[in-house]
Structures are given as C-alpha cells and as structure tokens.
Design a protein around this ligand. Sequence first.
Ligand code: NAD
Ligand code: UDP
Length: 313
Amino acid sequence: MRTLVTGGAGFLGSHLVDRLLKDGHEVIALDNLFTGSKANIAHHHENPYFEFIRHDVVQPILLEVDWIFNLACPASPIHYQFNPVKTVKTSVMGVLNMLGMAKRVKCRILQASTSEVYGDPLDHPQKETYWGNVNTIGPRSCYDEGKRVAETLMMDYHRQSAVDIRIIRIFNTYGPRMAVGDGRVASNFIVQALKDEKLTVYGDGSQTRCFCYVDDLINGMVAAMEHEGEDAHEPINLGNIQEISMNQLVEEIGSVIGRKLHIEHKPLPGDDPVRRRPDISRAKERLNWQPRTPLNEGLTHTITYFKERLGLD
Ligand code: NAD
Ligand code: UDP
C-alpha cells in the first residue's frame, strides 16, 4: 500500500504517519509546514518507505497512491483565523485537488472533518444526523464552513463519480506533538502550568468539551479508512465522551502536575461553542471503536512531552 497523508507534519498527521509505517505502508507526507514541523517526522528521515513533500494542497499535484488521508488544514482557532481566506482555500481547493487525484488514480480518500460542522450545537450530544448550527459570517466560519463544503464535495464526488470516500468528524484531540504555540486549550494550559504562568481561561470556564487522546483517535481514523460496506461513505464521529468544563480541565491538569494552578480570565472568543460532546454509537457499531485512554493518563503523557520540549527535564 502506498499512502498519502496531507498535513503529515502536523500533530495528528505525524502520529498517523508513524502508525501507517508501522503497519507496513509506504508513506508520503505532504505538508506546507504552516503549523506543522519537520521535527514531527524527522525520526523517519532515513526510512526508505517514507517520503516528505513540501507542497500546498491549494495547488494541484498528481501522485500514484492507494489511499489518501486529507488532513491538511490549520486546526487551532488562532492559526485558522490568521488568514481566513487561505483557510477556506485550504479546505475547499485542497479537498478538490485531492478528490481530483482520487478520481483519476481510483484510490480511497478520507477527509478529516470536524465537530465544528455542528457549530454551536443545539442538539446534545451531537449525532451524525444533526445538521448543525453554524454562523456563516463569524470568525470561526472560515474553518467551519470550509470543512462543511469539504464534506459536500466528498459526497458529490462519491455520488457523481463513484469516488471511494470516508469522512470522519474529529472532536477535540490532544497529545504529544501539539506545537508549543498551538493555541488550543490543552497545550495552552499545560505549557502555562509548566512555565508557572497563570492559565488563561476564556470566559467563565463553564463551556464544555470532550478530550480524546491522540492514540485513540488514530486507531479510529485507521478503522474508518479500513471499514468496508454500503454505509462506509457516511460521516462518523470520533471523540471521547467524557464531557468536562474548562474549569474542570484546569483541575485535572493541576492534579496530574501535583499542585494548585492559578488562572486568569480572558474574554470568550466570538461564537465559541457552549457545549460539545459526540454521540459515538455509530463508531462503536460500525468500527467497533471507542476511546480507551483516561484523561489523567493522556494528560500525563502530554505533560511529559511538553516538559521535554520546554527543556524542563
Ligand atoms: P495541525 O495544525 O497540527 O496540522 C495541520 C497540518 O496541515 C500542519 O502540518 C500544517 O502545516 C498543514 N497544512 C495547513 N495548511 C496546509 C496547506 N494549505 N497545504 C499543505 N499543508 C497544510 O492540526 P491537527 O490537530 O493535526 O489537525 C489535522 C486535521 O485534523 C485538520 O484537518 C483538522 O481540521 C482536523 N481536526 C483536528 C482536530 C483536533 O482536535 N486535533 C479536531 C477536528 C478536526
Ligand atoms: N480556551 C481557553 N483558554 C485557552 C484556549 C482555549 O479557555 O487558552 C477555551 C476556548 O474558549 C474553548 C475551549 O477552551 O471554549 C476549547 O478551545 P480550543 O481552541 O482548544 O478548541 P475549540 O474551541 O475549537 O473546540
């Protein structure tokens, strides 16, 4: 199997590359290094089954592959809002280019979609059948709507040209190799705690998320790609179901680090979803998948990683 991972130098992409190489694939990681880093994949430098291509998915490319995992897209609000027009281009033109390639070489393609397609959800927990509550013109729209159009294009290529597609909707995932300056909450809180800084809680900290450890997510992603059958093209939620507030996340990190952490409140960003939790019945039934890693265990691995990154060991 020759497999392409776009966004392969990023947080999730680099873990997927590790897993695919371990499973015996020949892997091409394609990345423009906007938020990713060569350091995440440097350990494969000498591996003859691994290749890195510096390329932007907005530009067409033709590669002969059997599988495409399309992960290229900044995922943290600070990065996807840095150049919102580019974010839309990355999602929409990126998936168009990858779908064009998949159609031409007749390969299977998986799109890394997101819980953000549900926006600020009015249904709770979120099932795949929920159509979402997304603001089309807000600060998060470039990401949310870009990912929604990406799903639309995936389904249209499937219906119109019989492209073999998989769509996963990823909920908040954390773990080693998140960038120090990533800006998402788990890495922000951990880095701030390790540097003895105050943890920046946006708003009153009562908003909730569910945090999935990266190894669990990658298992689900590969299971979704391998899944066969009539329904294999339908979107599947992947995420943890333990719902906690940002205030509780501060407590959890404090208990792993072993001291009381201090916080400062910052304004809640516009359109920040109030609650989020996946319904993962579909993933359980169809993929026999569910997350296994408890939050304190995942946080322990992540904290160990950031200690090393920050030179605190
Ligand atoms: P990340 O920012 O670490 O990785 C994204 C990667 O894509 C980076 O390596 C970046 O350099 C690359 N990239 C960005 N724009 C590109 C372009 N135009 N051309 C080529 N490469 C480009 O984020 P991540 O958490 O690893 O996210 C990976 C994918 O999973 C994204 O598509 C994201 O939307 C999706 N996702 C992640 C989460 C999560 O919680 N981690 C949740 C939902 C969806
Ligand atoms: N958040 C926070 N402090 C931070 C970063 C984020 O309180 O330093 C909050 C943010 O407002 C949101 C939640 O944490 O309610 C998750 O944010 P993140 O950016 O990780 O993911 P997303 O909002 O995309 O789910």
